[in-house]
Design a protein around this ligand. Sequence first.
Ligand SMILES: [Zn+2]
Length: 171
Amino acid sequence: MSDLVIPQHILDDLVAHARELDPYECCGLMAGINGTVTYVYRITNIVALEGAEKLSSFDPAKAAHLERLSPAERAEIAFVMDMQDFSAAKKDIRNKGLDLQVVYHSHPHDPARPSITDIKIATDYEEIWPKINLPIPNYLLISLMEKSKPDIRLYNIKGGNVTPAEITTPI
Ligand SMILES: [Zn+2]
């Protein structure tokens, strides 16, 4: 996965999602075909609903994963995808014959680049995607640091390395 074509209405939808959840982070998936994003799946951010202190009681797999993080890294986690939403999106992507292309989330107060924890989690997940029959996605960040000027950026994260990828928007 690398550069992607993302239509303006989809970029607008991402910004709308980020603004709805602000000051919490929003998260979701994007899918499409042949390098063009056609569909956004908003995923419930458990942290925004329940508060981070309840995190570990949710999903045993996720809790085991969190235990590998340092306390500082854990404290930095601001989104955890609801697994039911994730499964429903995964099923719909398959039914529509689309490819999973992107995992996105917002940074309400920070720049549109992956945090150290974002990079660590993405790196850990590299071995999980093939096990659930999904390609390794790109990562998209929506920054609301400047509230009136959202910044959207796309990255590849492989082996702990972050490489910017290009977003092309047809006029
Ligand atoms: Zn982040």
